[in-house]
Design a protein around this ligand. Structure first.
Ligand SMILES: CC(C)(COP(=O)(O)OP(=O)(O)OC[C@H]1O[C@@H](n2cnc3c(N)ncnc32)[C@H](O)[C@@H]1OP(=O)(O)O)[C@@H](O)C(=O)NCCC(=O)NCCS
Length: 148
């Protein structure tokens, strides 16, 4: 992803305000350029992206989003697969992602958790945070690569 892609990815995130508040957009803007990434395009237009990084030998999804008009077409699944392929090739066999926890009654993230579970993630741990945007942070984990 080049600088133009980073800006387009943030714009895609801004178009999903149910999922990304101002703080999330600010963090996304800072973090996306530091991570590896993959894009999904339809007719040359960005419709989805994922970013990832390796921390302490574990792959972590930083940010993932698909434009609302393109949800439920298998794009998110393919983006996660792209991250897994890259990480597996680097010898990484565990992938984690943080998201809003189950105790927070907020329907959009029920869909997000359903997505992660559908592509093979399982709950690892959950912590309560003093953060109105993320009062409970759930970490999900998936084994990837040969061990999958
Ligand atoms: C989460 C997100 C990236 C998923 O992308 P997507 O392209 O819509 O997902 P896919 O079409 O690949 O879905 C794969 C599977 O996940 C599950 N799934 C996806 N969306 C779902 C929903 N709304 N409700 C229930 N299950 C869902 C399904 O099992 C689906 O397979 P199926 O359509 O064959 O039943 C997308 O919905 C999104 O951008 N959400 C907003 C941003 C976000 O939540 N990012 C993560 C922040 S932690």
């Amino acid at each position: 992803m080049n600088t133009e892609d980073h800006e387009a990815a943030v714009a895609l995130g801004q178009a999903l305000p149910e999922y990304f508040n101002d703080q999330g957009i600010a963090e996304m803007t800072d973090e996306i350029p530091q991570e590896d990434g993959a894009l999904a395009e339809v007719d040359g237009k960005l419709v989805g992206f994922v970013t990832w990084a390796i921390h302490d030998g574990i792959g972590r999804i930083g940010w993932i989003a698909v434009s609302g008009a393109h949800h439920r077409r298998g794009i998110g699944r393919r983006l996660v697969a792209a991250a897994e392929d890259d990480l597996s090739a680097a010898g990484i066999d565990v992938l984690e992602v943080d998201t809003l926890g189950e105790s927070i009654d907020y329907e959009p993230y029920e869909r997000t958790r359903a997505f992660y579970r559908s592509v093979g993630f399982q709950s690892l741990k959950s912590v309560m945070l003093d953060n109105p945007g993320m009062p409970e942070m759930l970490t999900l984990q998936k084994r990837i690569g040969a061990a999958d």
